[in-house]
Each structure stands twice: as structure tokens, then as C-alpha cells.
Design a protein around this ligand. Structure first.
Ligand code: ATP
Length: 270
């Protein structure tokens, strides 16, 4: 459901099986977020504090949100998602209040995972700020830092931030007790692309001539979101031609289409 700038979900349905590639990253996220929620006694016994927050960074469409949702599923946690740019642009003057409400609802509905997408929109270091009003952005960031400092590492609220601009983040965000675990989520390599293609073709009827490994090889540079779109487009070509299964040539056409869309977007951003 949408509560005023915040998406709240009781327990997302995605699981780790839905995440292609990212093996090591999944282990790291599980240790930093899932383990402290499920087995806090392990941390007490050894005498270290689990992280309050972790930061996922890397190019768009690589599975940051997906991974965060899978952790929430596994821990049976409430998933609260906000988008940094919306906090300061869509609800002008309300950023700080929204952050306060976000943490309130997380505590009320614990265990919970707060996911802050595009955290760079509120957490860019000064002098790097976007056009959305420096003061507003700064106030929102201060509120976020205050909220993070105000709760216990041992509690059952965890924060996951995501960004593709880690280079411009204010170092204050990355201090101990804040986002003190940083995990890179890169573009998938050929093995990762194969895993992602397998996931997104699981329910698709494939013709015998489809070779997923060959498709993984020719999609260098594509992210998970692109690969998912390619599978869907390939399916659409088969449906349009009223064929019972999706062929290799459908995939080839889909790859061309997605790449053309991509190039067009690149041109329009120049
Ligand atoms: P953004 O930075 O744009 O928010 P993101 O890294 O959070 O991107 P997601 O929103 O998780 O990316 O990915 C979008 C969609 O692309 C997912 O819902 C999924 O369908 C597909 N996808 C992306 N990465 C993967 C992956 N590693 N495995 C399987 N599917 C993926």
C-alpha cells in the first residue's frame, strides 16, 4: 500500500531464488541483515554489534531492490520503501517529516526493513546538491542521520540504502553506526546473465533452438532489468505471430529492440 510517499508491504513475495548471480553479495547481505534479525543471540554471545544499515551501490537495474525485498521475505519483515528524490521533490517541505514517519512506522511494524532508494538525492555531500533546494535536502538528511543514531543496533529495524552515485555521498552517511557495510552490486557477468535469463524464462515455453548460454554471451553490458525485458519482448513476438513457443529468432529480435530503446534513451539524455 502507499502511505503518503512510502510504500509499505507486509512481506514481499520475492525470495533469494529470484535473484540471479550476486552469490557473494547475497551472502553478505544475509550476514548483515538477516542473521542479526533471526539470531541476535549469536552477536550477543560474541559481543559485537550488528550493522544498523547497509548500502548497496552499483548501476541501475542490477537487483538492489530485488535483493532487499528477498531479505524482507526471508525475515518475515515489513518492507518500507521510499525514494530519495521523491522525499525532497514530490512532497516539498515534508522530507524531514516523512523520514520521521518512516522510522515510526518501521518501529511499529517491526521486524522491518527500511529501503531508501536513490539515497544520493538526500545524501549528496554539500556542494554536490541537486537543484531541489539545498536547505530542504539538508534538513531531510539531518533527520535521517538523527533517526539512525537514535536507534539500537540490536533492534529489529534494519536500513538498506541504495545508490548508483556512491562517489557523491556525504561521508557522514557512511560513518560507523550508520551505513557501515558497503556492498557493490555490479552489472552481471556472463554467468550472472545466464542465471538471470534462467529465472526470467522459467515460466516461458521455449522452442528447442533457444540456447540461453549463447544469449548470455551476446548480452554483455545488459543489466537484470534489460534481460527481464528481453524475455518479455521475445514472448510478445511469439504471441503476435500466434506461435506456441518462443524461438531463438524471437530473442534475437527482442535483443535488437531493447538495445535500440537503450540507444535512443542515451541520445535523448545527451
Ligand atoms: P534501480 O537502481 O534502478 O532502482 P535496482 O538495482 O534496484 O535498480 P531492481 O529494481 O532490483 O534494480 O531490478 C529491476 C527488475 O529487473 C527486477 O524486478 C527484476 O525483474 C530484474 N532484475 C534485476 N536484477 C536482477 C537479478 N540479479 N536477478 C533477477 N532479476 C533481476
Amino acid at each position: 500500500s502507499q502511505i503518503y510517499g512510502m510504500e509499505v508491504e507486509t512481506r514481499p513475495t520475492e525470495t533469494y531464488v529470484d535473484v540471479g548471480g550476486l552469490k557473494e553479495q547475497t551472502i553478505e547481505v544475509r550476514e548483515a541483515v538477516e542473521l542479526p534479525l533471526k539470531k541476535p543471540h549469536l552477536f550477543e554471545q560474541i559481543g559485537i554489534l550488528p550493522p544498523k544499515g547497509i548500502l548497496l551501490h552499483g548501476p541501475p537495474g542490477t537487483g538492489k531492490t530485488l535483493l532487499a525485498r528477498a531479505v524482507a521475505h526471508e525475515t518475515e519483515a515489513t518492507f518500507l520503501r521510499v525514494v530519495g528524490s521523491e522525499l525532497v521533490q514530490k512532497y516539498i517541505g515534508e522530507g524531514a517529516r516523512l523520514v520521521r514517519e518512516l522510522f515510526e512506522s518501521a518501529k511499529k511494524n517491526a521486524p522491518s526493513i527500511i529501503f531508501i532508494d536513490e539515497i544520493d538525492a538526500i545524501g549528496a555531500s554539500r556542494g554536490q546538491e541537486t537543484s531541489s533546494g539545498d536547505r530542504e535536502v539538508h534538513r531531510t538528511l539531518m533527520q535521517l542521520l538523527a533517526e539512525m543514531d537514535g536507534f539500537d543496533n540490536r533492534g529489529d529495524v534494519k536500513i538498506i540504502g541504495a545508490t548508483n552515485r556512491i562517489d557523491i555521498l556525504d561521508p557522514a552517511l557512511l560513518r560507523p553506526g550508520r551505513f557501515d557495510r558497503i556492498i557493490e552490486i555490479p552489472l552481471p557477468d556472463v554467468e550472472g546473465r545466464l542465471a538471470i535469463l534462467r529465472i526470467h524464462t522459467k515460466k516461458i515455453t521455449l522452442a528447442d533452438d533457444v540456447d540461453l548460454l549463447a544469449l548470455a554471451r551476446v548480452t554483455e553490458g545488459k543489466n537484470g532489468a534489460d534481460l527481464s525485458a528481453i524475455c518479455m519482448e521475445a514472448g510478445m513476438f511469439a504471441i503476435r505471430d500466434e506461435r506456441p513457443s518462443v524461438t531463438r529468432s524471437d530473442f534475437e529480435r527482442a535483443i535488437r529492440k531493447i538495445s535500440a530503446d537503450f540507444d535512443r534513451n542515451k541520445v535523448s539524455q545527451m
